[in-house]
Design a protein around this ligand. Structure first.
Ligand code: UFG
Length: 319
């Protein structure tokens, strides 16, 4: 029996695939290589666009050929600003791709899925600490596609017994292995690392937020911890009466933009340089996970804090 990892050549997916392989699981990676790299994948890999017209038929073949018993689904578009500019593409790829995947799983008799969801499903939260019972009200198409994905899984559960765990990632960063590091630099930590290395000041979006130092607070989660959460979810789904539903994946501890910038400068051994810019539209002041469901239902908790995340992102220390 094997585990199918969609998006397994991407930043997060490649960490999940490698960790599964390290513990002896048979893994099949599917990726369209639109943003993933072949160099990140070592085992079985099938090039496949989940949105293609023949995707369902090809997926059924892959599932039957490799005896797939569970799917970890990460293949998706994930840039919030891009999703605002191109909502149709986000709906087609993220929602349409999941539709093909679920059709194939139903036909091939595969009943377990771990879904890559996001704290973006919550939207502009009022409370700093977010639980899975916090109402979902996404404020951009990216978050909407993730919430619709969760609904699709719930509906498939009702219709044909699909068992699904949706991992709602908070702010993912760092690297578990240097060769799997995030190369996109679209989020705070890689952006600040790149700017600091170029000798440029970090740009801080607003310093008058309602937080202790005025800059936004987020819950940064090490990608190696996040990858372990996927394995814990796979294990939970293997127990027939195990938990299904959404789970926050964060540390429970927030860090401000200023603290992140300081951590990066210290790790690089350079003075902290900051340029304050306007606050970004729609940016909530503080978003921190309540990770207690992950602890209780998956037996998972984060091991790494901000210093380890930043140092691994620099390639200085491995997790
Ligand atoms: N920020 C800066 N300067 C920068 C970049 C970011 O000050 O150069 C700030 C942002 O304003 C925000 C924080 O750093 O307060 C983190 O910003 P990111 O863009 O890295 O992450 P977000 O919290 O905005 O978004 C993340 C994920 C999304 C997800 C969202 C909701 O990247 O995919 O969390 O959970 F949708």
């Amino acid at each position: 029996m094997s585990i199918l990892v969609t998006g397994g050549a991407g930043y997060i997916g490649s960490h999940v695939a490698r960790l599964l392989e390290e513990r002896g699981e048979a893994v099949v990676v599917i990726d369209d290589f639109s943003s993933g790299f072949r160099s990140r994948v070592s085992g079985q890999v099938v090039e496949l666009d989940l949105g293609a017209a023949d995707a369902t038929a090809r997926l059924i073949d892959v599932m039957q050929e490799h005896g797939v018993s569970a799917v970890v689904h990460l293949a998706a578009l994930k840039d919030v600003a891009e999703s605002v500019a191109e909502p149709e593409r986000y709906y087609r790829v993220n929602v349409g791709g999941l539709g093909h995947l679920l059709e194939a799983m139903r036909s091939a008799g595969v009943h377990q899925i771990v879904f890559s969801s996001s704290a973006a499903v919550y939207g502009a939260v009022q409370d700093v600490v977010v639980t899975e019972r916090t109402p979902c009200s996404p404020i951009n198409p990216y978050g909407q596609t993730k919430l619709i994905g969760e609904w699709m899984l719930g509906a498939a559960g009702d219709a044909w017994g699909l068992r699904a765990i949706s991992l709602r990632y908070f702010n993912v960063a760092g690297a578990g292995w240097d060769d799997l590091a995030d190369t996109a630099a679209t989020n705070l930590i890689p952006i600040v690392v790149a700017r600091t290395r170029r000798g440029e000041p970090a740009v801080v979006f607003g310093d008058h937020h309602d937080t202790p130092d005025g800059t936004c607070v987020r819950d940064y989660i090490h990608v190696a911890d996040l990858a372990r959460a996927h394995l814990a979810a796979v294990d939970t789904l293997r127990c027939d009466d195990g938990f299904v539903g959404p789970v926050n994946i964060g540390t429970g501890t927030g860090a401000s933009v200023r603290e992140v910038v300081t951590e990066v400068s210290e790790a690089l051994g350079v003075p902290t340089r900051i340029r304050i810019d306007d606050a970004r539209a729609g940016d909530p002041a503080a978003v921190v996970a309540d990770p207690s469901v992950a602890a209780e239902r998956l037996g998972w908790h984060a091991r790494h804090g901000l210093d380890a995340i930043v140092r691994s992102a620099l390639g200085v220390v491995r997790a």
